[in-house]
Write a protein that binds this ligand. Structure first.
Ligand code: GMT
Length: 377
């Protein structure tokens, strides 16, 4: 395979799309490609120096003549500069707006004809796609990209429904770095957190946005605890946190719920957990499900978005209808009280990751798409 010069633009802050973009860039660089991140700040997972990776930061100046700082224009200008100076072969942008639109403008400014790959991650379609002031820009970003991918069939179909683009959209699933997410013994961490060695643990990881319905997770845990002694780890932070703290107090669960805040390294928390729970009302894929499964943790998810494409009921976890906390609690108790079944589900979770979502497979898929673009030249 020929070595390519690839520009990547994503939101660099914590969030699934930024994680996927950064991990993809790191793995491409390991395979010998030259990767140029063009972002507003260094992506948070790019926390050390890597061979073949370069970071270009977008500077946005504020002038009194502007009511709003022109970030999108500054990004497009930076993309143009990097395309020309570094002689990029292609751009891979994450999110239709603003990133695809900025890449199209940047390519034009540079007088270049390099290919643009756009990956849709979810919020850019399921939330922004319903906003009439943005819909046309999203459609433009999709239609003017050379290749468009979505992180699940569900997101692909939702994009066709909501945006109606005249463009083929290909599904390329999320992946994890299996060298970071794998089953390992974390007994010491369990003790440090004051959890008894044989006490069962449920984990939820999210950005505590309304769509994550963390209140359903707490409600499920509360019902499960009536039948089985267990703890709940809540990892992450976000707008709903105050409401969740109050709910935990109201249910008298303060001693059983551990608020762990935002964490960079999640593998050790998955490795002290028995089940993972994600009851969102919108979830294009659910990267955190894959992270948990890669550590051998089976999952309970809601039957929406991309989750049914990952969760095989009875094999690697269970699906419940949106808001059905009673069923979720029944599954949680069933899973945590039957060691034999839990072991089977653990094996199923690990097998799912290696058979269907292995990073090498996803990476090859993206590289194949890049090759298609270059072959057009
Ligand atoms: O889940 C979030 O709120 C963050 C969001 C993002 O844009 O970073 O995650 C989206 O992209 C992830 C990576 O492709 C997916 O695994 C998440 O399911 C998706 N989130 C939603 O669709 C809500």
């Amino acid at each position: 395979m020929r070595k390519m010069k690839i520009g990547i633009t994503c939101y660099p802050t914590v969030g699934g799309s930024g994680v996927i973009a950064t991990e993809l860039g790191k793995m491409l660089a390991e395979k010998g490609h030259e990767v140029h991140f063009i972002t507003s700040s260094t992506p948070f997972r790019l926390n050390k120096t890597y061979a073949n990776i370069y970071s270009h930061q977008v500077e946005v100046n504020t002038y009194s003549v502007f009511q709003y700082a022109p970030y999108d224009i500054a990004l497009a200008t930076k993309i143009a500069e990097v395309i020309k100076n570094e002689k990029l072969d292609l751009m891979h942008v994450h999110y239709a707006i603003p990133h695809a639109v900025c890449a199209i403008l940047g390519r034009d400014m540079a007088g270049s004809n390099i290919g643009i790959v756009t990956t849709l991650h979810g919020t850019d379609i399921t939330v922004l796609g319903s906003d009439s002031s943005l819909k046309e820009a999203i459609r433009y970003g999709i239609e003017k990209s050379d290749i468009v991918t979505a992180v699940s069939d569900s997101l692909r179909d939702q994009t066709y429904d909501l945006i109606k683009p005249d463009k083929k959209i290909e599904t390329v699933y999320n992946f994890v770095d299996e060298r970071e997410y794998f089953p390992q013994d974390s007994k010491e961490l369990k003790a440090e957190l004051g959890i008894e060695p044989d006490q069962k643990v449920m984990i939820h990881v999210s950005n505590f946005r309304n769509v994550k319905r963390v209140q359903d997770v707490v409600e499920t845990f509360s019902q499960a605890r009536q039948q089985l002694d267990c703890k709940l780890l809540l990892v992450g932070d976000g707008p709903e946190m105050g409401r969740i703290i109050q709910q935990v107090r109201d249910l008298g669960l303060e001693d059983h719920v551990l608020f762990l805040g935002k964490r960079d390294s999640l593998a050790e928390f998955y490795n002290i957990s028995d089940i993972k729970i994600l009851l969102s009302e919108k979830e294009a894929f659910g990267l955190v499900l894959l992270e948990a499964m890669a550590c051998g943790v089976p999952v309970i998810g809601s039957n929406i978005g991309g989750m049914p494409e990952i969760i095989e009921p009875g094999v690697n976890g269970y699906l419940v209808e949106l808001g059905d906390t009673q069923r979720a609690a029944e599954y949680a108790v069933e899973m945590m009280s039957d060691e034999g079944k839990l072991e089977e589900l653990r094996e199923g979770a690990l097998k799912t990751v290696s058979d269907r979502f292995h990073s090498s497979k996803i990476l090859e898929h993206y590289e194949g798409l890049y090759e298609q673009l270059l072959a057009k030249d």
